[in-house]
Each structure stands twice: as C-alpha cells, then as structure tokens.
Ligand binder design. Structure first.
Ligand SMILES: Cc1cc2nc3c(=O)[nH]c(=O)nc-3n(C[C@H](O)[C@H](O)[C@H](O)COP(=O)(O)OP(=O)(O)OC[C@H]3O[C@@H](n4cnc5c(N)ncnc54)[C@H](O)[C@@H]3O)c2cc1C
Length: 505
C-alpha cells in the first residue's frame, strides 16, 4: 500500500504502528499535511493481521490479538472504533489460568461469577478488582497518562477512592508481599498470569501495575477481540487518516534523518536506540547517549497454528476465555521468568494463547481455525519455540497435538524481520521496570520531544509504554501541535457524521 506524499508535508511520521497512526490521525485532523513512512510492505506494525500461507483463507495476528487497551484507552474511546464499523467482541471469560492438579481459575467478565469461582478468595477479588473495575475509566487515565502531568479526568472525588486502592494492589502484587491478599493458589496464579503480559521479573512493581490495569479492565470492557483480527483497528485508523488528507508510503525503511523528506515536525514510532541511530550526531550528546542506553527487554517467540478444531482444554471453561495463560502456579511462573532473565529458554515457557474463533466464528474456514500463541524467551534467543509451545498447550489440553494441521514459528531473534521495532523479540520497546515505565525513555520533563528542530518520539518506548492504545501517539501529537504549530487545543477524534470515507467498512 503506497500513496504519494502531499506536495507540502507539515509532518512526517516514521512507522505505522498503532502509536504512529494515532499521532498521524490526530495531526491530520488538526488540519496538517501528514505523511507516514513504513519500513514494511504492510501497514500497522504490531496490529497487523496477515495471510501467512498456512491454509487457504486463514489469517493470523502477527503480534497483538486481544485488545483490552484499545477498547479502554481515551484515544480509542474518542476515535470510536464501533461507530466506524469495527466490531470488537469481549468473550464471556476474559482470561483463564489452567492448573495441573486443581480446577482452572477463570476471570469471567462478570466479577461476581469470578468471585464465586474463586472460593475463599472470592471476597478479596471482589473487593480489589471488582471495586477498581467500577472505576475503570479512572484506572485507565491513571495508567495511560504521560507520567508527567495529572490528567484532568482524574480531578474527581472518585479518584480519592480509586488511586489509593490501585496503588495498594500494585504494591501488593509487585513486592514479595504478593501472597498477602489471596489465600489460594488459584487466585494467586490467575493474577500472576496477567502480570506476565509485561515480560520481566516476578514479582516487580511494573508487573504488579500490569496485573492491576489489565485485571481491572477484564471486569470492565473485558478483553475484546476484533472481528477479522487486529488489522480492523489499523484499517480504521488509515481510513480516517486518508479522509483527512494524510498519505502513507510502505516499504520505506528510515536509516538516517536523510531518508526523511523535509517537514516541520517528524515523529518516530520506533525504539529509543533506533531513534538515536536515525539522529546520530544531531541530538544533544547526553540525550543521544541516554537513548542508546535504553535496555531492550526479554522477548517473545511466536507460533501461529492452524488447527482442525477447537483446543481440547481439559477444563472446558478454559476454552470460553479469549486468552489463556499457560505457566502453572505462581511459583512456577516466577521461576520460568527468572530463567528467561538469566538467558535460558525454559522447557515449559510461559505461553499466551488465543483462539479468535471463540468470539469470531468467521475466522474458521472449511473447519480450520488459526491459533495465536507466543512464549517468553530470552532476548535474541534463536530456539524454534514450536515443540515447547505445543507441549505446554498439550499439558493442559491433551490431544492438542493431533489437531495441528500447520504452524509457523518465529524465534525471538527473528521477530525483527517482520517489524524492526521488535529488537531481539522485545515486545515492549524497552525493558519493563517501574523506573523505566516512568522515566521512559529518559527522565527528562518531556519524554517525547527529542530536539528543538522538530524531532519527536511517539512509540511505545515513551509513556505509557506497550500495548495497542494509541496514547503515546496522542501525547506526542499534542506536544507537536503546541510547540511546532502553536495549536493548543486537540482536534476532535470522533467520526464526522455523514463522512463515510472516514470508515474502513
Ligand atoms: C507477539 C506479540 C503479541 C502482542 N500481543 C498484544 C496484545 O494482544 N494486545 C496488545 O495490546 N498489545 C500486544 N502486543 C504489543 C503491541 O503490539 C505493541 O505494544 C504495539 O504494537 C506498540 O505500538 P507502536 O506503534 O509503539 O509500535 P509498533 O506497533 O511496533 O510499530 C512500529 C512500526 O514502525 C515501523 N518501523 C520501525 N522502524 C522503522 C524504520 N526505521 N523506518 C520505517 N519504519 C519503521 C515498524 O515496521 C512498525 O510498523 C504484542 C506484541 C507482540 C510482539
């Protein structure tokens, strides 16, 4: 997909991931001429859905597949995916944690049903995650801010109740005291599976925050899966960008600032060290050094399967969830994550699984369906993950192996070939620690602005960090509008009534 840039470009965005496109849409809607350059032939970065040639008509989500943040984020709430024809369906169970010797733990979207299933830990789950999910909007504002200012939406009395509770849950889940609120292994493991979405040390404050945010949303908007795949989100963003005069060129890899056409502002939707490479000798030296020093996190090793039927989970309730966390008990997950951190790919790696057909039967063709899975692996690991991921699923779903019709594996070291932002398989554009979530990518007062000549960073290397939420793009775009164009008010992101070309469907 490629179109020519407007004759006079106000802004160039390098990278068409969700953050790059969120920035591009915001700036185009403010009346600027915006051009997006993408290194790959396909648009959308971590939110692409492609035919991998494994089976006719079956498409696979290359990276993101499940979208709690896209549905809950302030950017997408205003952009209004539903009004643009994107159907994202939340399964009745957001996520499941199968266990070897005890019944699986299930996070139903309904918090009462979840609490009922957790026995002795039901009251604590209800008091913590149930209470927070009623204030999901505040929790999301708190977590997805720019980490430099207090969003105005938080200036409400409800915040006095929500912020301390959220902080308490983060502190409890992020420290060695993490066993305190829950007495049973099932509740402990259930929340640890969520924490592990951010690959890192268990327990740690950053992973405690991840569990608290995603665990809250699980009982709010849920963990939805877009009909047709994540690409539906990208297509809606690109349609809106084009409707507002924006253009996109694919197959254009930016190595240096010389590869970028002249513009008043350039936003980089790429990792921090890559930004230092593009701007070598152009940035203030201390900043260039800080960007280069941002450490990459450990990685994801992906396996896309084609199956001849649904995964035969030992506990059928596990198959009613849109996402499964396969890692066993809390202690086992902490151990395998420590193995990853020490550079060893575990025999039983922590594995995330999603069958989109649970909510989207259209993904099934001629009885075949895609299954999305990835395992945590050391940064840059070259191991083919297929056998270990297959065995980990088989552990909780005996007979799984017999359903596999085809598969494609991408070791952590090779993730970079379909997205240069995934260095060594790092899905977070930088190691996830609490300090690095706040001082991301640097502790400077403005984490987005790189210099005084109009260069900005807008990727998940900046706050609020990883996930398909578009918020880094929005925060960076608001600074570009103010500092480079003197525009202090953000444009409306809502669909314009009667303007069908803003929608992709
Ligand atoms: C296996 C996997 C599973 C995931 N699952 C989920 C999930 O279920 N839900 C969720 O919310 N998040 C998930 N994520 C994380 C999510 O995909 C990312 O956090 C998100 O895509 C980050 O958006 P971004 O725009 O910052 O970067 P990206 O989406 O990575 O986009 C960066 C873009 O920039 C392009 N680019 C990079 N360098 C250059 C260059 N030099 N020149 C030109 N173009 C360049 C890339 O090709 C890419 O298109 C997952 C990630 C992975 C890898």
């Amino acid at each position: 997909m490629s179109t020519s840039p407007a004759a006079e470009t106000d802004v160039v965005v390098v990278g068409s991931g969700p953050n790059g496109l969120a920035a591009a849409v915001t700036l185009a809607r403010a009346g600027l001429a915006v051009h997006v350059l993408e290194s790959q032939e396909t648009i959308g970065g971590g939110a692409r859905t492609l035919d991998l040639g494994l089976a006719p008509g079956i498409v696979h989500d290359l990276c993101s597949a499940v979208h709690p943040l896209a549905l809950a984020s302030p950017f997408f709430a205003e952009f209004d995916l539903a009004a643009r024809g994107v159907r994202a369906i939340a399964p009745e169970a957001s996520y499941a944690q199968p266990l070897d010797d005890t019944p699986a733990a299930i996070a139903w979207r309904d918090v009462e049903r979840t609490a009922d299933g957790l026995g002795a830990d039901g009251p604590a789950w209800r008091a913590l995650l149930g209470t927070l999910s009623r204030d999901q909007d505040l929790v999301v504002e708190l977590a997805l801010g720019d980490k430099r200012s207090v969003p105005s939406a938080l200036l409400t009395p409800r915040t006095l109740r929500t912020a301390p509770l959220f902080g308490a849950l983060v502190a409890l889940q992020g420290t060695p005291a993490w066993d305190l609120p829950f007495r049973t292994e099932r509740a402990r493991a259930l929340l640890t599976g969520v924490a592990a979405h951010a690959i890192g040390q268990l327990p740690s404050l950053a992973l405690g925050a991840t569990a608290s945010l995603l665990g809250t949303i699980a009982h709010g908007v849920g963990w939805p899966i877009p009909v047709g795949g994540s690409q539906a989100i990208v297509d809606a963003l690109v349609a809106d960008l084009r409707a507002h005069g924006g253009t996109v060129t694919s197959g254009h890899h930016v190595r240096t600032w010389r590869d970028v056409p002249p513009a008043r502002a350039v936003l980089l939707d790429i990792p921090a060290p890559a930004a230092a490479d593009v701007l070598t000798n152009r940035l203030p030296r201390p900043l260039e050094a800080m960007l280069r020093r941002v450490p990459h996190g450990d990685g994801a090793a992906k396996v896309d399967f084609v199956l001849s039927g649904p995964v035969p989970w030992r506990d059928p309730d596990v198959g009613r969830a849109g996402t499964q966390h396969l890692g066993g008990t809390r202690a086992e997950m902490a151990r395998t994550e420590a193995e990853v951190a020490s550079g060893r790919f575990p025999d039983r790696p922590l594995t995330l699984v999603s069958d989109p057909a649970v909510v989207d039967p259209g993904r099934v063709r001629d009885g075949l369906r895609p299954l999305w899975a990835y395992a945590h692996a050391p940064a840059g690991d070259r191991t083919d993950p297929t056998e270990r991921v297959t065995a980990q699923i088989e552990r909780f779903a005996p007979g799984f192996r017999d359903l596999v019709v085809a598969s494609r594996a991408v070791p952590a070291a090779e993730m970079i070939h379909h997205n240069p932002a995934l260095v060594g398989g790092d899905i977070s554009q930088g190691r996830v620690t609490m300090a690095r979530m706040i001082a991301r990518p640097t502790p400077l007062p403005d984490p987005y602005r790189l210099d005084r000549t109009g260069w900005y960073l807008c990727s998940s290397a900046t706050p609020p960090g990883p996930g398909v939420h578009g918020m880094a793009g929005l925060h960076a775009a608001s600074r570009v509008l103010r500092s480079e164009f003197g525009i202090r008010e953000l444009p409306s992101l809502a669909p314009t009534p009667g303007r069908a070309q803003e929608s992709s469907v």
